[in-house]
Each structure stands twice: as C-alpha cells, then as structure tokens.
Design a protein around this ligand. Structure first.
Ligand SMILES: [Cu+2]
Length: 511
C-alpha cells in the first residue's frame, strides 16, 4: 500500500487489474452521484489516483476481471496466484516464512455458523499496539448497512434471530450439489456450476454461473452494503472491490469451493476454447520476472500450482439430492426407488422453451419493490403441467427457470429478493414460503452504462424455481393464465436511483 499506483507490485495496481475507476476513460459517472470514482473513496485506506501507468501498461493489465463466463473461475485463480506470489516475496523480505500462503474466509464454517462474521484481523480498526490496521476498510457497510459484517448463511441465520432483515438465509453452498460445469442436467440448473460458454467477458453482462451468483455475488454485495446513498462499500462494485483486502480471502474461498468440487469427481470443460482461454490472453505481473501469461488449462488443477486447502468441501450428494426432493414433493418417488437409480440418470440436456414473459420493463421504484404478472403460453403450459403430473424416476419433471434480463441501474450494493405469487401485505411466514432466491447486483453500474466498451445490456440472472413450482402444482395453483413475480430490495431502503428489469421470463426445460 505504500507503493505507487503505477508500480505493478503495489496494492493499488493489483486492485486495478480486477477493475478501476481511476483513469479518465473509466472514471465516468452519471452525475450525481460521484462515487465510485477512486478519488471519492473516503476513509481508510487512502486510495491513490496517480501516478497512472502508461496507456500500454493499463491496456495490458487493467480491467481484466472475468464475470458472467466460464472463465470466471480460472481467471480469478490466476489473479490470486499472482498476488500471493507478490505478497510472499514481500513477507519473506520482512523475515516471514517462505511457505506463506493466502488464507481463505470460509463464511459457511464454524460452530453455529460463527465464521460468517468477518475475521477480526479485518474488522478491527487498530492493531493490538494501537496502530491503524491496514486490513480495515472504512467503506465496508455490511448487510445491515451499519458496518457490522456478516454473511447471512443458513447456519448463521438459524442462530441469529436478531437479524430480522436476513431471515431468508439466501447465501448458500447449494451449487456444490451440481455436477456440470457449463449447461444443465438433472442435477445442475442453467447456466451451470462454472458459468456459460463465452469469449473474454469483462463487463459480465452474460448470465453469471451458479457458483458466481451464489455465494460469490451475494457475498460481494453484503460485505459492501451502503450506508448513505450514493456511497456504498467498495466490495460491492468490481471497479473498486479489490481495494478491500477481504476481497482476496473471499475469492480464495470461491477458489477452494471450485477445488473441492473437482475433488468430488466433477470435471472442468474439455472444450479447447475453455482450455486455451479467450483470444485476449490472461496476463498478470509476476515479482522479479516477465509477466505471466496463463490459460485455464494451466490453472485448472491446484496440485500443479503447488498448493492445497486445509478444508476441502466435498458435497454430500445423497442427503440433499435436489431431484429426489422434487420427486418426493410430487409424490413420484416411492420407497422402492433407490437413490442410486436417480444418481444414474444423466439425460442429455434439452433446449429450454419460453413458458411466458412480461411486456416492457419492470421498474423497482424508490420504495424498493415491484411486481409483474407473467403471461403463460397455453400450449407450453400444458406440456409443463403434464410433465409434473406424470413425473417419475423414469420421466423426470421439467426444470423451471425464472430469468431477469437487462437489469440496469447504478447502485451495485443491492440484493434483489425474488418471490413468486406473493399476496399483498403477506406476513413473514408467507413471504418465506414464496421466496425463490436472491441476486446480488455486483457489476450493475458497469454493465448498465453505454460507452465505448459496453453496450449497456445490464446484468442477467437465472433462478432455478423448479422446486417452488412443484409446490404450486401440488397446491393446484399452476393452472392460471399468469404467474405473479415480485421483486424487492433486501434492505427495504429507498433507492437513490431506480433499478430497471428489462424483461422477466419463465422457461421450462425438459430433462
Ligand atoms: Cu469477485
């Protein structure tokens, strides 16, 4: 942090590799608000905005982070590897161990979910000797927007009834149950565990993979939070996120989840386009040597990079197989059906079919909520109902998806909660039963702006609503001509600027 912005060994240069709002080409902002240009970051640590490296260096190294793509995991692994190499050199030069490695923040761990709270090494303002803690960041506001940082995981929420805003425990590791990196099958909803097949994807306006959406995006937004608009926490925006030291421990945990997923026998894509990476090569500065150019193939195994994780999360499949749960809900899973039978079903994914969509954009107003009636196509609805009615181990029910397309706005520090068929003035229990999932708007601003590099398509999210639709079916509530979709901001706070959802649609995918 004491090094200058244009030094590839500086903290600030590394943050800009992920994304930046510091040079004239990227320090755009709709005015007001002025934030998140780097010059407006307030409090510790003091963030430099000069001296800028040459344009050539900026073009080569800065603004590279990959989101909404199957390159999300390998690009970030290389990024962590390069930072770790730089930090190790510095730590050794200060007398530290040569075996030093980047720690991870496992917010799912601990007794009663205790590790969901940010580690004290990052949350304490001062070190034991009273000097300022360089790992503490002022612009980090948390899920309750009050500076207390925790992640609302199921374990944490179950033991903290005192956090009423976050009783939906929307940050989960459910994605570890999936077994397909890209695409969908019986165990994996679209767009797949690791993300969709794309080219170089810096704006992140293509659908985020399942691990990227949850927990990755939600953790970014919950750590960031916002205390007074237009300010929000630096972690909530890809153009400022890596200024916060906790960023790297969060990503290290995402990397650990990927490694654990592979350990459990799940494979990465064997497609040459994934293995060799996009046309624009991934490159990182390396201490004391030439820049490091790498491909996904070269980083896909952590053993070849010479590191291991203390706790490898190996998903427990049999206990929580989502498909078995669905068949049970639909009364289509008898005691004679073995779990092994379901595990063996691995049908070819089939094309998703549009079941219904709304017309025109949906605006989440300053009040923080909106709803829309999605009109269903009668013929497709009939096929979907038939598939649920006759579901069995041999005829699996359709997967159902809710898609939020072209989500645009400027307030990245927003979590949207999505409900289906929520009656007006619903009580807390009803809300919980109608809740289908949350999305964190990490990258909203960048994906929304029309400028030279981006068309401003906004963010796109896909939520698997299959299990929820099963319940509607059993309760005989699926035959109406429309399905109501409700969207609310998690904070319930007034929005400084509206958020627009370009289109809300529902798809069925036969499996
Ligand atoms: Cu991230």
């Amino acid at each position: 942090m004491t090094r200058e912005l244009n030094d590839p060994a500086s903290w600030w240069f590394f943050a800009a590799i992920h994304g930046e709002y510091v040079n004239p080409a990227t320090a755009w902002y709709p005015s007001p608000p002025a934030y998140p240009a780097w010059g407006f970051v307030s409090g510790e640590p003091a963030v430099p905005t000069s001296p800028l490296p040459s344009q050539l260096t900026q073009d080569k190294f800065w603004n590279q982070c990959q989101h909404g793509t199957w390159y999300f995991l390998p690009w970030h692994r290389g990024y962590l590897f390069a930072l770790e190499a730089q930090l190790r050199v510095d730590i050794v030069s200060l007398g530290g161990p040569e075996s030093w490695a980047l720690p991870y923040w496992n917010y799912f761990g601990g007794v009663q979910g205790a590790q969901a709270a940010m580690p004290p090494a990052f949350s304490e303002k001062t070190l034991p000797d009273g000097t300022p803690n360089a790992l503490y960041v002022t612009m980090r506001f948390g899920p309750d927007d009050n500076g207390t940082i925790y992640i609302p995981t199921p374990d944490w929420v179950a033991h903290h009834p005192d956090t009423p805003k976050h009783q939906y425990s929307d940050v989960t590791d459910i994605c570890l149950q999936e077994d397909l990196y890209t695409g969908s099958n019986a165990a994996t909803p679209l767009p797949g565990f690791g993300g969709p097949d794309t080219g170089f994807s810096h704006p992140g306006d293509t659908p985020h993979g399942n691990l990227e959406s949850n927990p990755h995006d939600l953790v970014h937004v919950y750590v960031g939070g916002n205390v007074s608009s237009p300010d929000y926490g630096v972690m909530a925006d890809p153009g400022t996120a890596a200024l916060d030291p906790i960023f790297y421990l969060h990503h290290c945990n995402i990397d650990r989840m990927w490694a654990g997923w592979n350990d459990a026998g799940n494979v990465n894509p064997d497609n040459p386009e994934w293995l060799s990476g996009p046309a624009q090569q991934f490159v990182m500065p390396m201490p004391g040597s030439e820049p490091w150019v790498y491909t996904p193939e070269e980083v896909q195994s952590i053993s070849s990079l010479n590191y291991v994780y203390q706790e490898a999360t190996v998903p427990q499949k049999a206990a929580g197989n989502p498909l078995v749960k669905r068949l049970q809900t639909l009364n289509a899973f008898s005691v004679t059906d073995g779990l092994a039978q379901v595990h063996n079903i691995m049908p070819q994914p089939r094309a998703a079919e549009l079941l219904g969509a709304n017309f025109g954009p949906l605006e989440i107003s300053k009040a923080g909520s909106a709803s829309v009636d999605v009109t269903l196509h009668p013929v497709v609805q009939k096929s979907m109902l038939k598939s649920l009615q006759f579901a069995s181990v041999n005829a699996l029910p359709d997967q159902l998806y809710l898609k939020l397309e072209n989500v645009r706005g400027t307030q990245d520090a927003t979590v949207l909660r999505v409900y289906v068929d929520l009656p007006p003035q619903a009580d807390q229990d009803t809300r919980r039963s109608q809740f289908v999932g949350s999305v964190g708007l990490f990258g909203l601003r960048r994906a929304s702006v029309k400028d030279g590099a981006h068309v401003g398509a906004g963010l796109t999210f896909i939520l698997d609503i299959s299990r929820f639709v099963d319940t509607l079916f059993i309760e005989n509530r699926l035959s109406a001509e429309t399905i109501r979709v409700n969207v609310e901001t998690a904070s319930g706070a007034a929005q400084p600027s509206p958020i627009e959802v370009g289109r809300v649609s529902i798809y069925r995918q036969p499996i």
